[in-house]
Design a protein around this ligand. Structure first.
Ligand SMILES: O=C(O)CCC(=O)C(=O)O
Length: 266
């Protein structure tokens, strides 16, 4: 874990260093939600589900609440190492990435420094930074739907889409941005699963960016570990930018899955 990070827990606003931070166990409503397209289909699903069959063990996990001004995050080590290793291997085997993903920034198209694709309910697509990523069907990578269902059960949030980013090493990265596109359901949470190389993840308040920053607000820095789940709750994405910076000493690949609730357009 890294420096200059403090958090406020519950109603107190005491500053604590990350290493001695308190954990908050949130017992969330179970069995309240599922992902939207139903692909359940015979024995294939039950064999895929083997690492999720003990859902009750996931319901007693210790969640950490991370808050700052208009920042509301929940973090948990959702999967054991064995489960996370198995999910990483399934991801490597089953996920098909788009060729030549680009974004349009500052008047030019740029290749993105990672690989990307998406899965989700039929017909959904996500447009950001000038690019549109269309969902492949859940049935092409059913374990993603299983993770989606698990997160929905644990958190009560429903999702219909997952954006997948693969970073081959610490040189691959994602620049500072907010997930505030109109394709996303207003006020919905985003659930981020990390598999593989642990990487730093940094939140910076919109008023505290760049040389002409209006205010001094400390960035919030986390390390996202193999098998972790980070919930980015509303209104975090209205006020805070986030990034996954280059880390030259990170050599292993990482796969990130961000489950989202997209607006369904008729
Ligand atoms: O890989 C990550 O953890 C970053 C993902 C992200 O920022 C996004 O999908 O908007």
């Amino acid at each position: 874990m890294i420096d200059s990070y403090f958090l406020r827990t519950g109603s107190t606003s005491k500053k604590r260093k990350l290493d001695d931070r308190e954990t908050i166990s949130e017992h969330r409503d179970s069995q309240t939600a599922g992902c939207m397209d139903d692909i359940s289909n015979s024995g294939e699903l039950s064999s895929r589900l083997s690492c999720f069959d003990n859902i009750s063990s996931k319901q007693s996990l210790e969640w950490k609440k991370i808050s700052a001004e208009n920042l509301d995050l929940d973090y948990v080590q959702l999967f054991t190492k064995t489960e996370a290793d198995s999910l990483f291997q399934q991801a490597e085997r089953m996920i098909k990435y788009n060729a030549n993903s680009k974004v349009f920034l500052h008047g030019k198209w740029h290749n993105i420094p990672r690989k990307q694709t998406a899965y989700g309910d039929t017909g959904l697509r996500y447009t950001f930074s000038g690019a549109t990523v269309s969902a492949q069907p859940w049935s092409n990578a059913g374990f993603l739907k299983d993770i989606c269902d698990l997160i929905s059960t644990l958190t009560g949030h429903k999702f219909n889409f997952v954006l997948v980013n693969r970073y081959k090493d610490g040189i691959d990265h994602m620049g500072e941005h907010r997930d505030d596109e109109t394709d996303l359901e207003t006020g919905s949470a985003i659930a981020s699963i990390s598999l593989g190389q642990a990487r730093d993840f940094i939140f910076r308040h919109a008023d505290a960016r760049g040389r002409s920053a209006k205010r001094k607000i400390e960035p919030v820095k986390l390390e996202l570990s193999h098998g972790s789940l980070l919930m980015m709750n509303h209104p975090t994405n209205v006020y805070w930018f986030h990034s996954l910076p280059v880390r030259k000493r990170a050599f292993l690949p990482r796969i990130n899955l961000t489950f989202r609730k997209m607006v369904v357009k008729s």
